[in-house]
Design a protein around this ligand. Structure first.
Ligand SMILES: Cc1cc2nc3c(=O)[nH]c(=O)nc-3n(C[C@H](O)[C@H](O)[C@H](O)COP(=O)(O)OP(=O)(O)OC[C@H]3O[C@@H](n4cnc5c(N)ncnc54)[C@H](O)[C@@H]3O)c2cc1C
Ligand code: FES
Length: 500
């Protein structure tokens, strides 16, 4: 059974329309693919500017990363500025901060104007080990060079020992599903047509562009692919970033558990914030224990490890929700929003937010909208997909794609150890077995039902691994995930695993 985030539980959505299954059709100025924060803000901004916009979402709004985010709307972002500073000049650092500042201001203003709860909190990046302290010093330096008014504090108001923190006052936090609902209402009021339950399979042609699904085809002058990891192989975005999955817990606490938003600089990461309870009480949100999607780890052990850590330091907290989510970390450290290929202005893509998409997703929407309407953001070059990447991310991409190649080879060899027959699976187990040469199967037993599907990812033929917490098949190559029955859950794949 899928794990559900606190936010998704608070704002349940059903996949859609009372008048029958949704149909993808019509001619539009813009089709936006993806109903997370990036897609919905882009659709709203374009509709406000008078464009006719259709938004196609595979599941329902907020179904994937946005609805499972920790939702800190913060300019202080862990050690993100030192990561950027390591690869880019100071001007890029300043533009990145400016983009995030503008996006944060836009989002907070939207919340205030539309009755969406927003809490203002100090943000801390703190260290608990010597290595973390070293990273923290570098982060202080990078954030100051970026123009943030950060300061060093020795005493960090947390219940466990730390070695100091970088502090930035007056940041914000939200409920991402409450936010998304309000954005969607506003988008619809401006004429956006939102189709939920429509998975786009292909985007083809150029004048106009055709957006193809199993429920019909729509055409548009421009298409914005806001699926986080782009679903199009053109542009090779899947090779420029790696998918990182991490875990979240919500816990009821007798008093407000923390007075700020915290993230550790060292590994394993620990993320903390509070959430106002619906009955006036408080909740603690704990995140961390991340790893690459499809890594040879037990996802269940990662959640349990987070639980143990939380019980140690917040013994009075009582768990209400546990979940996991993934985001994409680009090798050159900068997000992207722009053409899928150089000069190809008809199809635009956005993503690569390194787990800081609450501001970067809005910045990407501002950049894409400016681009479509014929304007430019002053900081827009930071998001330009075809400017920095080849130069600054090439070595990292080559190294990481070497790792992807090794994973590809290993994935195909691994099933050799598990021939076609084997012991019956216990409830909740999954195993890749080699039924016949060159055709490994993914066998699972969930809720008493045994299923057998192809173990070969429909994206680019990685061999999937079993995720024992989410009961899903996860591809270690670029992060596509599939249910036990082979249906696509998320990632760049647009088709499910083959049936056996
Ligand atoms: C654990 C975790 C914690 C985080 N915490 C923070 C935080 O505190 N602060 C912060 O700033 N950021 C945070 N982030 C990052 C942030 O949540 C994401 O970067 C952001 O939500 C991404 O938004 P998006 O709209 O680009 O993607 P998504 O929300 O993933 O939306 C993409 C949508 O596209 C749809 N889609 C995919 N394929 C298709 C298709 N073929 N056809 C139609 N639709 C399709 C999906 O169903 C999905 O709804 C966190 C991320 C994680 C993983
Ligand atoms: S996600 Fe690319 S091969 Fe599986």
């Amino acid at each position: 059974m899928a794990l559900t985030s606190l936010w998704q539980d608070r704002h349940p959505r059903t996949s859609s329309e009372a008048g029958g299954p949704p149909v993808l059709e019509g001619e539009h100025d813009v089709v936006v693919i993806g109903g997370g924060l990036t897609g919905v803000v882009t659709a709203l901004l374009l509709a406000r500017a008078g464009r006719s916009v259709l938004l196609a979402e595979a599941e329902h709004l907020g179904a994937v990363t946005t609805g499972r985010s920790t939702a800190k709307v913060s300019l202080l972002q862990g050690t993100q500025y030192s990561r950027i500073a390591h690869r880019h000049p100071a001007s890029v650092l300043r533009d990145y901060a400016e983009a995030n500042r503008e996006a944060q201001a836009w989002l907070v203003r939207f919340c205030e104007d539309h009755g969406v709860g927003v809490q203002h909190r100090p943000a801390y990046t703190y260290a608990h080990g010597a290595k973390g302290e070293q990273s923290l010093r570098a982060e202080l330096d990078a954030t100051r060079r970026a123009g943030l008014e950060t300061e060093w504090v020795d005493d960090v108001p947390l219940p466990y020992p730390t070695r100091g923190a970088v502090l930035l006052l007056e940041q914000a936090q939200v409920d991402p599903c409450e936010l998304l609902d309000a954005l969607a209402r506003e988008a619809v009021a401006h004429g956006v047509r939102i189709l939920e339950g429509v998975r786009v399979r292909r985007v083809t042609g150029g004048g106009p562009v055709r957006v193809v699904s199993d429920q019909g085809t729509a055409t548009a002058d421009r298409v914005v692919v806001a699926t986080n990891m782009p679903i199009l192989d053109r542009g090779g975005f899947f090779a420029r970033m790696h998918p990182s999955r991490s875990y979240g817990l919500a816990l009821r606490t007798p008093v407000q558990p923390v007075d700020g938003m915290y993230l550790s600089a060292d590994s394993p990461s620990r993320s903390l914030r509070d959430v106002p309870g619906l009955d006036g009480s408080s909740l603690l949100l704990v995140g961390g224990n991340g790893h690459k999607v499809g890594a040879p780890v037990s996802e269940q052990a990662r959640i349990d490890g987070l639980r143990e850590w939380t019980a140690q330091w917040f013994p009075d907290a009582e768990e209400t929700h546990a979940w996991s989510a993934q985001d994409y970390v680009p090798h050159h450290a900068l997000p992207f929003a722009g053409p899928v290929l150089p000069g190809s202005e008809q199809i635009l893509v956005a993503g690569g937010y390194s787990k800081w998409g609450m501001t970067n997703g809005v910045a990407a929407a501002l950049a894409l909208t400016g681009r479509i309407l014929g304007g430019r953001m002053a900081w827009g070059q930071v998001f330009e997909p075809w400017r920095f990447r080849e130069l600054t991310g090439l070595l990292d991409s080559a190294r990481l794609n070497g790792e992807v190649g090794l994973e590809m080879a290993g994935g195909w060899l691994r099933p050799v150890r598990h021939p076609g027959t084997g012991p019956a699976l216990a409830e909740g187990e999954g195993e890749v077995r080699l039924d016949r040469p060159g055709a490994p199967s993914a066998l699972s037993r969930v809720d008493g039902t045994e299923r057998r599907v192809s173990a070969v990812c429909s994206h680019l033929k990685g061999v999937v691994r079993w995720n024992d917490a989410e009961k899903s098949w996860d591809c270690p190559l670029h992060g596509s995930r599939f249910g036990p029955d082979g249906e696509v859950l998320e990632g760049p794949a647009t088709c499910g695993l083959g049936q056996r």
